[in-house]
Design a protein around this ligand. Structure first.
Ligand code: B3K
Ligand code: ZN
Length: 849
């Protein structure tokens, strides 16, 4: 049975560990089902210690244990052990046996396609040996590995290696969650990097045989990241070697283990033939992200898991700066905001809402969320906006200088900003402690040359934030003349009160405001301006984000009037985007984003907020109507756009080519609506890269003309697991709403549907859940299917199961019939015997009372 009262951990109950760990030595004798792990750990009691000696440990078979070489018999529970220990420094030694082969949860030491690998964050190390498995316990590790594998890796620098044996030493004290071990028959793609102070670093990207041809891009991205962190943050790499390993079975994207990053193969392996432009960009960002953790996460780590945003928010912020520098800053900003609205806003506005720094949890793995990561990064962007770029840099220098080698909290982080700038950040700190997306309203008034912008902010109370207080909201604002000239350049208006006005004097004409430029705060903006300037901003705004946002606002309100009044698509919107698409001075990638419509889930939220009950099928139809209107309205322009943006040079995954292909493919999708499948068929046949091949296949599937292409694609790529993930996913994404569940069901019967592999599971079930109208089909088939598979996956892999519960989080928006069906599905999962702590916590929060 499920544990009736799972333990809740609270931020305000933090106590330091009573002992220092002076050094750790581990010896692994690898065996698929009987790996032996010997540990030798030197402990020193802290003078001011409180509490007992407790070591975490789960699913370990204790073979022997000694203290200062004298055998001891600790008291063992399912969570760890306690033992009487001396009052002076002592050496704990233990030998345990573990079973990597049957570790399907992919946490701790496990096997993937015959190789051994580890995942320890957040609390996986306790499945490897008994240890104080908490991030504030930092120590120096030496690791010996015995095993019949050509490649034996751990953290730090190699000390020695011979047949079947390797020793590694990591001189940098680290918490156990950064421990890693890899053993397998792997091949290395090698390179080197010289740091700016002259340290030569060997770089290796280890992959399975056959994947050697997919390493080049990842290696280049790693070197670019290393250089960028030196140039922009003054951060140098600190070991003689940096290893990355690609693993097929992995619960998330990648992991920043010290000197030995482990990657989901989908987040590192790339080639033009098998990866899309979007894949390349994602890989570049993840490689950068994990590399940047070396300083923001590893050298300076978290005091406890409540501080997760300290490393994740900051590292996401850093990787987005990197992508902006490598590619186009406006395109990156727009993509990040699309993603924030798609993943973080629903979380912040539903039953899973939690502050960027949560105050309690049952299972920490459930808090690797869009709020901690993406809103955590937004909070850093706001801080930088408020203090300015120069002060931000100074504060970061101080952070690295003051806290290197420490396990820190958000107070430490904010204090470096206070000390650098003299600014009081007490109110700003509410961004870390209050859950929910603030609503911002804006009004304006004009009296004889004085222009006044008035704002209000409002944060709805939620379970974790019952009494919300006003936050500091940086509102970057510029003013335009009626002729479209920038008459007041962007400036930061600091909203600190529930309602506040800002005055602009000495203007000739009533200006047109451009508010919240660059999306300077993660809020929902509601306009109560005297007149609507959206069309004007779409034509004239000098801020690329707000110009795009204007197209999004027009599209959204047009879609809502289609839905609520049966209106026709708004011609002003269609004219507006046509003008932008014709403008050859604009980046093609940016123009392609102008065609992007608000997601169907965004529209459902908008309807819900307006007091209506969203009908997913009607939303799907409204979006179809709008797409068709785009196709008709742009009909004369599309063939030329398609032609002009064909790339004739050899494929490169750079920003310029990526932009051309995204615009050409957007044009292809619209052209096919009126002209049928011919053009897509020829693009499919001629494509020499995955971006064009898959875009054409998607169009053909949407037209129900994809049968042959689908078969050809399968035949061509049946041995490439990453491409086959796309093949599985695309069929679901492109299905009509009524066919989604059935398509997904058929795919789960395919011999290659290896559901224990998280990538394959997500390809099908994740795509089902992402198809708004298909998942919410009125018969409940989508809900039932997801529930069936979550019940099946939970005992095998609780982490991935819990993560896949999130599509249910918006359930209260829908009609009574759908709500009843979802409630039934949730209750059915919750009634499953022995449901994991991960899934139980997620579903209990989603289900509510
Ligand atoms: N730090 C890891 C995430 C670990 C997730 C544990 N459930 C990857 C990253 O954010 O870089
Ligand atoms: Zn991270």
């Amino acid at each position: 049975m499920r544990d009736a009262s799972p333990k809740t951990i609270y931020l305000n109950e933090y106590e330091p560990f009573p002992y220092d760990v002076e050094k750790v030595e581990l010896t692994f004798d690898l065996h698929p089902t009987k790996t032996r792990v010997k540990s030798r750990i030197a402990f020193r009691p802290k003078p001011d210690r409180k509490g007992d000696f407790f070591l975490h440990g789960e699913n370990l078979k204790l073979i022997s244990s000694t203290i200062d070489d004298v055998p001891v018999s600790p008291e063992i529970t399912s969570e760890g052990l306690t033992c009487a220990v001396p009052d002076q420094p002592f050496v704990w030694q233990a030998e345990v046996e573990i079973d990597p082969q049957n570790n399907t949860a992919l946490e701790g030491l496990y096997m993937s396609n015959g190789m051994y690998c580890t995942q320890c964050e957040a609390e996986g190390f306790r499945k490897i040996t008994y240890y104080p498995d908490r991030p504030d316990v930092m120590s120096v590790f030496t690791v010996r590995i015995k095993g019949p594998h050509p490649v034996l890796l751990s953290n730090g620098n190699p000390v020695s290696a011979s047949d079947n044996h390797a020793e590694w030493h990591d001189p940098w004290p680290k918490p156990a969650y950064l421990f890693a071990l890899v053993a397998g028959d792997l091949v290395a793609h090698t390179d080197s990097f010289t740091t700016r102070s002259g340290r030569a670093v060997d770089l290796n990207l280890y992959v399975r045989r056959g994947d050697e041809g997919k390493c080049d891009f990842g290696m280049r991205a790693l070197k670019a990241s290393m250089r960028w962190d030196e140039e922009v943050y003054g951060r140098e790499y600190d070991l003689d070697i940096f290893n990355i390993v690609a693993v097929d079975d992995f619960n998330m994207g990648a992991m920043e283990n010290k000197g030995l990053n482990i990657f989901n193969s989908s987040a590192v392996l790339a080639s033009p033939e098998t990866s899309t432009d979007v894949n390349f960009e994602r890989i570049e960002a993840i490689i950068a992200h994990e590399y940047f953790h070396n300083w923001t996460g590893n050298r300076i780590t978290c005091r406890d898991w409540f501080q997760l945003c300290l490393k994740e928010g900051l590292t996401v912020y850093r990787d987005s700066q990197f992508t902006s520098d490598m590619r186009s800053a406006p395109v990156k900003r727009i993509s990040d905001v699309i993603d924030l609205r798609a993943r973080q806003f629903p979380e912040d506005q539903g039953p899973l809402a939690h502050p960027v720094r949560p105050e309690s949890f049952q299972e920490i793995n459930n808090f690797y969320t869009a709020t901690v990561y993406e809103k955590g990064a937004e909070v850093i962007g706001m801080l930088r906006c408020l203090v300015g770029a120069e002060a931000y840099s100074k504060a970061l220098d101080l952070y690295f200088e003051r806290h290197d080698g420490q396990a820190c909290n958000i107070e430490d982080w904010l204090r470096v900003f206070e000390d650098t700038t003299g600014r009081d950040l007490t109110q700003f700190k509410r961004w870390y402690s209050q859950a929910g997306t603030p609503r911002l309203t804006v009004k304006d008034a004009w009296y004889n040359g004085t222009y006044i912008l008035s704002f209000t902010q409002n944060l709805a109370p939620s379970a974790t934030t019952p009494d919300p207080q006003p936050q500091v909201i940086p509102i970057v604002t510029g003013l335009l003349s009626p002729a479209g000239e920038e008459i007041v350049a962007s400036q930061v208006l600091e909203l600190t009160e529930p309602a506040q006005s800002f005055t602009f004097e000495g203007l000739k004409d009533r200006p047109i405001p451009s508010v919240l430029r660059g999306f300077s705060a993660p809020v929902v903006l509601e306009s109560e301006l005297a007149s609507d300037h959206t069309g004007f901003l779409l034509a004239h705004d000098t801020d690329p984000f707000n110009r795009w946002e204007a197209s999004r606002t027009l599209a959204r309100s047009s879609l809502l009037t289609i839905l609520t009044e049966g209106a026709a698509p708004d011609p002003a919107y269609l004219d507006g985007i046509r003008t932008v698409l014709r403008d050859d001075t604009l980046d093609p990638a940016y123009r392609a984003l102008m065609l992007n419509l608000p997601s169907q889930s965004d529209l459902a939220t908008a309807l819900h907020d307006a007091g209506q009950v969203p009908d997913p099928q009607a939303i799907w139809e409204a979006v179809e109507t709008m797409r068709q209107a785009q196709a008709d309205h742009l009909a004369e322009l599309l063939p030329e756009l398609y032609r002009t943006h064909q790339v004739r040079d050899d494929y490169q995954p750079n920003a310029a080519q990526t932009g051309h292909r995204s615009l050409a493919n957007a044009a292809l999708g619209l052209l096919a609506r009126n002209n049928g499948p011919t053009l897509a068929q020829s693009q499919f046949g001629a494509a020499d890269n995955m971006t064009q091949q898959i875009a054409a296949l998607a169009v053909l599937l949407r037209l129900n003309a994809g049968k042959n292409a689908l078969e050809a694609f399968e035949e061509q790529w049946k041995n490439d697991r990453l491409v086959m993930d796309k093949w599985f996913g695309l069929q679901v994404t492109q299905a009509d709403p009524g066919a989604v569940a059935a398509t997904a069901r058929t795919l789960t019967q395919h011999p290659d549907f290896n559901w224990k592999n998280p990538n394959r599971f997500r390809a099908v079930l994740g795509a089902l859940a992402m198809h708004h109208a298909g998942f919410h089909a009125a018969d409940g088939a989508g809900y039932d299917m997801l529930a069936d598979w979550l019940i099946r996956l939970d005992p095998v892999n609780p982490q991935t199961t819990a993560r896949m519960c999130t599509p249910f989080q918006t359930w209260r928006r829908y009609d009574a019939g759908r709500q009843a069906k979802i409630a039934q599905a949730l209750d059915r999962i919750l009634a499953t015997p022995n449901l994991s702590r991960d899934t139980t916590e997620m579903l209990t929060r989603i289900r509510g009372n």
